[in-house]
Design a protein around this ligand. Sequence first.
Ligand code: ATP
Ligand code: MG
Length: 599
Amino acid sequence: MTKPATPATEQDNKPSNFLRQIIENDLAQGTYASRRWAGSPGDAAHHAKGEPDPAKIRTRFPPEPNGYLHVGHAKSICINFGLARDYGGVCHLRFDDTNPEKEDTEYVNSIIDAVKWLGFSWSQPGNYAAYQASDYFDFMYRAAESLIEAGHAYVDEQTPEEMRVNRGDFSKPGVNSPFRARTPAENLARFREMRDGKLADGAAVLRAKIDMASPNINMRDPAIYRIRRATHHNTGDTWCIYPMYTFAHPIEDALEQITHSICTLEFEDQRPFYDWLMDRLCECGLLAAPAPKQYEFSRLNLTYVITSKRKLAQLVNEGKVNGWDDPRMPTIVGLRRRGYTPESLQLFAERIGVTKSDSWIDYSTLEGCLRESLENTAHRAMAVLDPVKLVLTNWDEVMGADHLEPCTQPALPHADEGAEVPTRHFKIGKEVWIERDDFAEVPPKGYKRLYPGNKVRLKGGYVIECTGCTKDANGLITEVLATVIPDTKSGTPGSATVKASAAITWVGVNDGLQAEVRMYDRLFTDAQPDAGGKDFLAALNPDSLKVVTAYVEPSLANVPAGAHFQFERHGYFVTDRMDHAGGKLVFNKITGLKDTWAK
Ligand code: ATP
Ligand code: MG
């Protein structure tokens, strides 16, 4: 069964947008109430045999399987699947594989994974697989013949150059092709010769017969079929003619009984042809009315990010990043490996909303959504990313030689009251790792951490008083020295007796674990790296990846890959999906606790 519509209250919490208004209006008017659904895509006769469609609306996400999906596609996925979910509908995953040259099963699988990972499903009774546009080639061919028979299409044999010139331009109307006056019978015969391989690639095209003087150039007899001898991954060598995208896409929508066909703004000028084609094919009874309608929204532009497939491929091919799933890539596999969660991407899509005006979304919005999604769920841990050893010189004397004192901290400090929160366990001893910049021999103004004579708390441990440091021959600090003040352990009655000016994070030398931490930052230093034809490679951030050897607390000993943490004071981190294994700890930095790029 299709999922029931979200109760009104939950819908009311979501900010409205023009697409929601259109859908709510259609539902109120019963625009699509008469539709039938035969359980699978098909023409008017097929659906007439079906039941009233149990899905109140049908949307679709129609990627071309020619690359990895990116954050812009995530927006489109969240919009289409989200609307179907919220209004008791179904969203179809459809591979738009009508172009024989470009498909690859590697991409098909990665798209399936990406949609599932984002938390969506396209399955419905009787259909659990994704749809493939190439399964509709037979129907598309039949639709083309019926257009020809009705006098709405003709075979044009002008050269591509003649066609280009005769199309005119914005200021000049087009000129009719000398082949435009062919009779339906002549066109039908010639079109069949195209299909049967009697004509060379490019020797002829089938064109819709609309209006060569239309102010919309897309309506000047657009090509709808071309000859192309290419082996298709699904249909092999069955066809040597293939439909053009603008012809194929509306038909795919109609066969699948899509109600709201949502796409990005660059297709706005194609909408009149979409409607023209639907009208013609409903008129002759091939397709079931009411036909789907196309709606456009503005694509996602995200600062510091490139979403052009071609340019992303260039980053991979030229070795600027380590593959499509490099954690700096805006691909869904990259974002996932970086540590972005499905919730954070859904929240992001909701927050940026849907509009028809082009705008840029600041990258910090995406990072903010990640912080919100992890704030109350990612377990806390201490990690020292730039370690220097701190020696508690009086430890053996006051605590006992080689004594290790157990300490605990909650994994989630701000959990709801009564919620069960795991406790982290670690030990403090004579030596601990601290951050190098938590010590200053000569403190800058306002510095509250370790400097000779100052007292700080080792978080979850004791208050200590700094006494100095030791250095090597080059003047580099090798050890920070301090004394421990007994009876000040966190959580004991004496903890408040001595005032500490700050609490610093640390990891025990005895029980700390070594970890590789990949400190990722934005891939570009320019907010709009490819705007206005700029060379985006010139804007690559040389510091987008720094690998450090860190120490982390022992509670992280056996965490699985893909687990999220907040390293206190440092930000959000995730264990790497690929390399964190076999006792090797590898963490990726997702983002800091605050936006460090804000001006
Ligand atoms: P190509 O340039 O290769 O066609 P594309 O980015 O349009 O690439 P498709 O696979 O055709 O990729 O896109 C699938 C769907 O995702 C389309 O409906 C498209 O409109 C949408 N989409 C693509 N890029 C964005 C973006 N930046 N923001 C929102 N939606 C997008
Ligand atoms: Mg596209």
